[in-house]
Write a protein that binds this ligand. Structure first.
Ligand code: NAG
Ligand code: NAG
Length: 391
């Protein structure tokens, strides 16, 4: 025996053994690989514990820092309230304007009594690029209107009001043209002469270019410092069924009968236009003329100018009262009074029965008359001579 048959058998057994060991080696290797994580399990959970501990530490530290920060902020608020926290007037909150208004209304005289009354009234809000980063304005273009909180910076008593609040006196009651000059509590009006000379208005957002926001329907005078703007939200800012006193309802009481332009008006405007068109909010003399029509379609004269149009040199004994006269909802009226007294030159009386009034828009001086039936005749345009006081 020991023939080829047994040799074959031996060979096949050897091969089988060899393949067995090979497959064992492979599965052993695989097992080793698979179980590798199991080997370091101990190390890894230790690491996780360490990480968790250090995260906990960091969180505790940041919570402590936060607490410290809040404590510091509270201390600062307290310090701002001191020395006598019982007295409200001794606390102050420093707020610097974030923007300035470049408005078509060069002076207080003619600035509308309410927002949106003059749809063509344009202004540019120029934000302080040093303090207000561009992304702060991102998204504002999605709203049609915005609120504007501003300072009545032309109030003659502003300085006293803010520097020495305890010494400054404000009138508790102000005169209201819609009440024929009767007085009403200052907080029932939008008089600029209030203990805090802060105004609130709404305007249409036309466009945003970098740090400039173009607005329309404004009732803001050129140079107005702006403290804040906020989007107008119709769903909560417009209140259905809100009520107002009867005197406020008297609509159109100050609308004029007609506005007409003299023959020479167009040529005098064309002449001046060349000098102002570059910095104007208006694209053409025609658009500017539409603005004039809109502004003058409301009697912009002060109460005293209306009641005594032929006595522009009013007795000064009632100066103080006159300064506090305000319009209906409104605030500009008393400014106009100030102005009439500060400048004197805002109205020019002639010996005939006619009085020529002047309205300054976009740096242009517009002369007009108004007759006893409230028909306005716009006569001519000249270049205004503006100084800071005439604003
Ligand atoms: C002014 O224009 C209106 C039309 O808008 C006209 O009815 C009125 O007669 C004019 N008034 C004067 C004084 O020309
Ligand atoms: C506007 O013109 C009138 C008359 O020419 C003048 O008295 C008045 O001072 C002028 N106002 C401004 C601001 O230029």
């Amino acid at each position: 025996m020991g023939g080829p048959k047994s040799q074959w058998l031996t060979l096949s057994i050897t091969l089988a053994l060899a393949s067995l060991s090979a497959s064992t080696a492979i599965s052993l290797y695989l097992w080793k690989r698979k179980s590798k994580p199991t080997f370091s399990n101990g190390e890894s959970s230790k690491k996780i514990e360490q990480l968790e501990a250090s995260l906990k530490g960091a969180l505790a530290k940041s919570a402590a820092e936060r607490k410290g920060r809040i404590r510091a902020q509270q201390a600062l608020r307290e310090a701002l309230r001191s020395p006598n926290s019982d007295k409200l007037e001794s606390s102050s909150y420093p707020m610097a304007p974030i923007a300035v208004v470049h408005s078509c209304f060069s002076t207080r005289n003619g600035t509308p009594r309410q927002p949106l009354l003059v749809p063509l009234a344009k202004a540019t809000l120029i934000f302080d690029s040093a303090r207000i980063p561009l992304p702060s304005l991102e998204g504002l273009e999605g709203y049609s209107h915005c609120w504007i909180i501003y300072v009545f910076h032309l109030n003659t008593d502003l300085d006293k009001l803010w520097k020495h609040p305890s010494q400054s006196k404000f009138k508790a009651k102000v005169r209201v043209p819609r009440l024929n000059g009767d007085r009403i509590g200052v907080f029932a009006t939008r008089s600029p002469h209030r203990p805090c000379a802060i105004g609130l208005t709404v305007a249409k957002v036309e466009a945003i270019h970098g740090h400039k926001v173009l607005l329309s329907g404004v009732d803001l005078v050129d140079g107005t410092p702006v403290l804040d703007i906020k989007p107008y939200l119709p769903y909560c800012d417009s209140i259905q069924g809100a009520t107002v006193p009867d005197w406020v309802k008297a609509d159109n009481i100050l609308a004029v009968a007609s506005v007409n332009f003299s023959e020479g008006f167009s040529s005098s405007l064309a002449e001046c236009w060349l000098l102002v068109e570059k910095k104007s909010h208006y694209a053409s003399p025609d658009e500017f003329q539409s603005l004039i029509r809109q502004v003058l379609s409301w009697d912009i004269r002060s109460l005293s100018q209306r009641s005594r149009p032929h006595q522009p040199q009013l007795n000064t004994e009632s100066d103080d009262d006159v300064e506090k006269i305000v319009d209906d909802f409104s605030r500009v009226e008393s400014c106009r009074e100030d102005e009439a007294f500060e400048n004197g030159g805002e109205l020019v009386s002639s010996l005939t029965s006619d009085v020529v009034y002047h309205l300054i828009l976009e740096g242009l001086n517009i002369s007009y008359r108004i007759d006893s039936n409230s028909n306005v005749l716009v006569e001519k345009v000249t270049l205004a001579s503006l100084n800071s006081k005439s604003r």
